[in-house]
Structure formats: C-alpha cells, structure tokens
Design a protein around this ligand. Sequence first.
Ligand code: ADP
Ligand code: MG
Length: 287
Amino acid sequence: ATPTSIMVGTGRAAETGILFKGGEHLERTHQINTVVLDKTGTITKGKPEVTDFIGNEKTLQLLASAEKGSEHPLAGAIVAYAEENGIEFLDVEDFKAIPGYGIEASIDGNHILVGNRKLMNNHQINIDGYEEKLVEFETNGKTAMLIAINGEYSGTIAVADTIKETAPEAIKQLKEMGIEVVMLTGDNERTAQAIAKQAGIDQVIAQVLPEEKAEKVKQLQAQGKKVAMVGDGVNDAPALVTADIGIAIGTGTEVAIEAADITILGGELLLIPKAIKISHATIRNIK
Ligand code: ADP
Ligand code: MG
C-alpha cells in the first residue's frame, strides 16, 4: 500500500463524513465481510417516545421520579411523558441502575423497580397475567417495561423508537456487496426482530447484557469472520475495540467515538457501505 493512495482514500472519505483514525484502518476495512450493528441509537434514531402506559397516576409519579436518576434513553422518554402529563416529581432516596435489566429506587418509603421480565424474576415479582399485553407491545417493535411497587406488579409502560429513514437502503447496499449483516441488542428478542424486519436485517442477537457484546463479536471472529461493529453507546465501546474495525456513530457518546477506528458523521448509515467501497477502491488502486 502506498502512503499516497491511502492519503487520497482517507481524504475522499473525510469529505463525505467518514473519519478514519489512521490509514491502516482504511486498509483493514477492505477485509470486512460482516457488519454488526447495535439497535438503539445506531439503527434507530435513539429518541424513544412513550406510546402506552397502563397504571394509575401514583404509579406514573413514582416511576417517573425514579427514572429521573437514569441516563438511559428509555428513562428520558418516561420523564418527558410524565412532564407532559403534569406529574410532580418526588425526591428519590436511593437509586441504582442495573445495566441490561432496569432500575431500582426508594421514594417516600416505597421500593420501586422498573425494567424487563428478568428484573422482575430476579425480585420474585409475580407478573403472570401481564404477559399477553407485553407480547403485543413487543410484536409491534415497542420496548415494554414492567413496574413493581413494594413487591407488587403495578403497571406497564411501552416506548417506541423509529428506525432511521436510510437504514433499509444502507442494509440493502451492504447485502448487495455480499456482506453479512447482524443486529446486536440488549433489548428483548421480539422487539429486536420487529425492528430488524423494518430495517431488512435477518440475523438478530438479542437480550445481550452490556458486558457480553464484545464476547458476541469474538464468537463471530472465531467463525472466521472479519467483523465491523457499529455502535453509539458506552455499552458498545468494548465491542468496538474487539471488532476488526470499530465504527462509531458521530451523534453517539464520546466513549464510543474514542473506542472506534472510524466515526461516521451525523450517524448516517449509508456511510458504512460507502466506507467499505472507498477502501476497496483504494486497495484496487494500490494493487
Ligand atoms: P440497548 O442495547 O437496547 O441499549 P440495554 O442493555 O441498555 O439495551 O437495556 C436492556 C433492557 O434493560 C431494556 O430494553 C429495558 O428493558 C431495561 N432497562 C435498561 N435501562 C432501563 C431504565 N432506565 N428503565 C427501565 N428499564 C431499563
Ligand atoms: Mg445504542
């Protein structure tokens, strides 16, 4: 590889919003045959909104007050919804985020849990009878969270996040280039499948705990695949480092951008096939 052609390649890429950290990354991108994408904030816009709430006003008040302590996009959606509904927020005595599961808080002597089925199971909360509604939300691509107050089921809240307009086209282009496309998410299987279908992705790895994302990338590499990982979150950073090429979404967290080899400006997914095409063109010129 001549330094000049690499410089021309990275320069061309930069003009379109693809920032390579170094020339060697442009060369390595050429070998990629599998692209793994995080769901929330990468395939979706990362701006979830509450679509459904089942529960009374007191439950919403405790739920929203508890979520005020969380930095998760799901929490932002719940807090905004409560504000729109004129809910008064209460002081939180104790707050704990449980990555991959949800949150736990104490408010006014009440114990509050918000999160997925696994969180409820871990706390022996009986959620029999609420499953049907949960499945209905998830089948529609919504993320549904259960609420328990003082050890009892107390409500369900569903949130939806829309896919980026150009996601289906970007996925289509990758597939046409013979590249395998995989979605990786901490969200549940059913929601993940619904979103994947909208984006045109047929391989889904769901319910992955934050610390397991890098492990999943390693497993694909062990099958001989050359993997590019695309992500935006703090959770994605170890997987971005582990992958042969890490691609950060420019609108994502600083941590992800630092961990990655490439940053795509504005989170435009069409820049992923574009980056691979530029690397191919550059290597062709060299040979
Ligand atoms: P993702 O990869 O989609 O960002 P996470 O690992 O962050 O997923 O979260 C996985 C699941 O944990 C969520 O789908 C949700 O059910 C639950 N969860 C995480 N954070 C919260 C929160 N602040 N409130 C309620 N539930 C949460
Ligand atoms: Mg994300």
